[in-house]
Design a protein around this ligand. Structure first.
Ligand SMILES: Nc1ncnc2c1ncn2[C@@H]1O[C@H](COP(=O)(O)OP(=O)(O)OP(=O)(O)O)[C@@H](O)[C@H]1O
Ligand SMILES: [Mg+2]
Length: 219
């Protein structure tokens, strides 16, 4: 088991404004699994992805990732985990406007002063169809191109777990298929694990398993 979430509860705000986003989520994922999460807007999908990414800590419940309990991590371990073990493809891309697309993609390596695999970089940007855009800035790209740059950044890290929040939300069919093939390749050729949120049944078909969320729970 690579990921094991037990009775995860997460609330935003307090008092009258409190929103119970997750109401006791149990979820286990094996290494080399490709899981799609589906469910209505507001049911807690992004919250769950952020908890799995260790960006957000649950109010209660336990999260075991790759044999380690996340709540026992110190700040340093969490920071390293975020840059190496799990990579997130965000719903809103999270690109840095002041950096070129190339520097955005290699940013986790710049932070860590680590080398990256240049031939894998070239393969990813070509396969995602953004090879000619790497010297541009995010503001010069379309939404779908930015989305693919964010995907390239997550893939280059070659993390154990790729968490993707609607990675094809802004893509046409051809580019969506490209992205899904890349994610499938991550699992089949690189032994990675992919957890993907999608509203699109066709995209979910690329996964090995589809789970549904409803009102803060996996059903
Ligand atoms: N930062 C926040 N502060 C307060 N409430 C929040 C916050 N983020 C999310 N929520 C609320 O928590 C619930 C779950 O939100 P979440 O973003 O996880 O939903 P989602 O399933 O990803 O929806 P979508 O499909 O629209 O992206 C929603 O009711 C939302 O309004
Ligand atoms: Mg969401």
């Amino acid at each position: 088991m690579l990921i094991s979430l037990k009775d995860i509860v997460k609330q935003y705000g307090s008092g009258e404004n409190a929103v119970q986003a997750l109401k006791g989520v149990d979820f286990a994922i094996d290494q080399k699994e490709f899981v799609a999460i589906m469910g209505k807007s507001g049911c807690g999908k992004t919250t769950l992805i952020n908890i799995m990414a260790t960006i957000l800590l649950p109010d209660s419940g336990t999260y075991e990732l790759d044999g380690k309990m996340i709540h026992e991590f110190g700040e340093r371990e969490l920071a390293i985990c975020k840059r190496r073990t799990v990579a997130v493809i965000f719903q809103n891309y999270n690109l840095v406007e002041e950096l070129t697309i190339e520097n955005n993609i290699i940013l986790p390596f710049l932070f860590d002063k680590r080398k990256y695999d240049r031939s894998y970089f070239e393969r990813i940007v070509e396969d995602l169809g953004i090879g000619s855009l790497i010297e541009k800035y995010p503001a010069q790209l379309s939404g779908g191109e930015k989305q693919r740059a964010a995907i390239a950044r997550a893939l280059l890290i070659q993390p154990k777990v790729i968490l993707a929040d609607e990675p094809t939300g802004n893509l046409d069919n051809e580019n969506a298929a490209r992205v899904m093939s890349m994610l499938r390749l991550c699992v089949d050729a690189y032994q990675q694990t992919v957890v993907m949120v999608t509203h699109d049944k066709d995209m979910a078909q690329y996964a090995d398993r589809i789970v549904t969320m409803r009102d803060g729970k996996i059903v």
